[in-house]
Design a protein around this ligand. Structure first.
Ligand code: ZN
Length: 301
């Protein structure tokens, strides 16, 4: 829905105090915030995993798929590209692993499927039915879109397009707070109303009550723990070669450097240390050293 209004889902979610629920009620009224100024090569805020498919879309008969490669032009963002091809941003995410980092640059080549859906690379799946079930779409649609038969045996590495499918959550991270008020600030560039300039926000801010427990979003090792400038009391966890998470503005820290922590373990409590006007958690996910949109890695709530 967000793309219909040229804005992004997060804006709608925040403006309406919603959770990232999958279903909207018919007749429900939503505030549609004005589109924010967008960077020339930044994806901006986007939440690709929200499933807002209509009943008609779920049942629809999809035509066979074709793909084109789009070369990103200067000043273009993913919304422009999606709109131009009459698809949506999640479809572009689903078809291009390279978008995970959160940036596109002029000259980048992006795979553009001819219809909404997700491009799946076969790993262990044996049949199209397995894939159709996982993405909750009719098998017949998958068969037709891919010019295959119902009983086609899949081989690892094969690409299957799931029409109407949405990228599935990765399920590796959990929300660092059990109860929080809202996302008061999203990931990416935003226009600062007081400073009157664009500012980069490398994580998401979650409002919570002072002292609320902060949990490790995933098992890992504490690589940094202590005062971290404007972020105040901060914990940084390393999860594997690629991923780190960061928890800022904490009041108390309950872990030590080099300590191993389990997913869900309480590592700190919410505070307002550093540059913070009220108690909140600044949460970051870093992939290969670069901050990425945490909402891409967190489950629905
Ligand atoms: Zn923040």
């Amino acid at each position: 829905m967000a793309s219909d209004y040229g804005t992004h889902v997060e804006g709608i979610v925040i403006a309406n105090g919603l959770s990232y629920a999958r279903q909207l009620r018919p007749g429900q009224q939503l505030v549609i915030p004005a589109p924010e100024e967008r960077g020339s090569h930044l994806l901006d805020l986007c939440i690709p995993r929200i499933d807002l498919r209509t009943r008609a879309e779920l049942k629809m008969d999809w035509p066979p798929l074709s793909k084109t490669v789009h070369t990103v032009q200067s000043g273009e963002n993913l919304w422009d590209i999606a709109r131009h091809y009459n698809i949506d941003v999640p479809t572009l995410f689903g078809a291009n692993e390279s978008l995970d980092g959160g940036y596109i640059f002029p000259g980048d080549e992006i795979v553009v499927p001819s219809q909404k859906g997700v491009l799946v690379t076969v790993k262990g799946e044996k049949s199209l039915g397995e894939i159709a079930d996982r993405y909750r779409v009719p098998l017949a649609s998958v068969v037709r879109a891919n010019h295959l038969n119902h009983d086609t045996r899949l081989v690892p590495g094969q690409e299957v397009f799931v029409p109407g499918g949405r990228p599935l959550e990765r399920g590796t991270f959990i929300w660092p707070l059990v109860n929080f008020g809202r996302i008061s600030s999203g990931f990416g560039y935003r226009y600062h109303p007081i400073l009157r300039r664009r500012q980069w926000h490398s994580g998401i801010d979650l409002t919570a009550s002072y002292g609320a427990p902060v949990k490790a979003a995933r098992s890992g090792r504490v690589v940094s723990c202590g005062w971290n400038g404007g972020l105040g009391n901060t914990v940084i966890l390393a999860h594997d070669m690629k991923f780190q998470t960061l928890y800022g503005h904490c009041s108390k820290l309950y872990v030590k450097r080099n300590q191993y922590v389990k997913k869900g373990q309480v590592i700190a409590s919410v505070g307002k240390t550093g540059r913070a006007t009220g108690p909140h958690l600044h949460f970051e996910v870093r992939k290969s050293g670069r901050a990425v949109n945490p909402l891409r890695y967190l489950p629905y709530w």
